[in-house]
Ligand binder design. Structure first.
Ligand SMILES: [Zn+2]
Length: 208
């Protein structure tokens, strides 16, 4: 064999090897791309939260309207949810701690306050968990502005002092829709509070 022929064969062999390596790399890259695409397409599984049934707070149909500065039912809060009675209230016995990543909690974001918005009366739990689901299903993020609160902004006979009052807002859905969903969630008394002083919100309360 001539020297030139040998060189030609070696060069051709090298080129072939290079081609094989290149094809291998491309196929591999394609596979990884495909895997990444499959990962991106994989459905995000929402957390499964089992909402305990509460016969005293059944779910209701969503009302067609909920005007600002009105409440449901028509009667006053004391007549419906029962007035405050701190003598019969025990924080250790009556309050539950609720956490849920789908909710924005005011007390987690305002470090100057001393209250804990995760604490609320156990009678709140089923309607509250239902409300989270109703709001999340519609693409909103529920904001808890206030729940159990002993001191501060509320009046002396406020049900917040027993953890039976809850103030919520939702930027995405607006307050009228939120008030409608609060009623559907089963709270005993729902008030779309839009005072001229600002700080509009939906206040909900439950019977003891
Ligand atoms: Zn309130």
């Amino acid at each position: 064999m001539l020297k030139d022929e040998k060189t030609l064969i070696v060069t051709a062999g090298s080129l072939l090897m290079l081609l094989i390596i290149l094809i291998g790399a491309l196929v591999n890259r394609g596979c990884r791309k495909h895997e990444a695409a499959e990962e991106a397409l994989a459905p995000v599984v929402p957390p499964v939260v089992v909402i305990a049934e509460d016969p005293k707070h059944p779910a209701r149909p969503i009302p067609p309207r909920f005007k600002r500065d009105t409440h449901m039912p028509n009667g006053g809060e004391g007549d419906t949810s029962g007035s405050i009675n701190l003598g019969s209230f025990s924080a250790g016995r009556d309050l539950v701690f609720i956490d849920d990543d789908r909710v924005w909690w005011e007390s987690d974001n305002d470090k100057d306050d001393d209250e804990c918005d995760h604490s609320m009366h156990f009678s709140m739990e089923t309607p509250f968990r239902r409300l989270i689901q109703l709001v999340t299903d519609r693409g909103g993020k529920l904001k808890v502005q206030d729940s159990f609160r002993v001191t501060g902004v509320h009046s002396s006979n406020s049900l917040h002092k027993e953890g039976r009052g809850l103030d919520v807002t939702c930027d995405e859905l607006g307050l009228e829709m939120l008030a409608r969903l609060c009623w559907a969630a089963g709270f005993d008394w729902v008030y779309y509070e839009a005072s001229s002083r600002g700080g509009a919100h939906v206040h909900c309360s439950v019977k003891r």
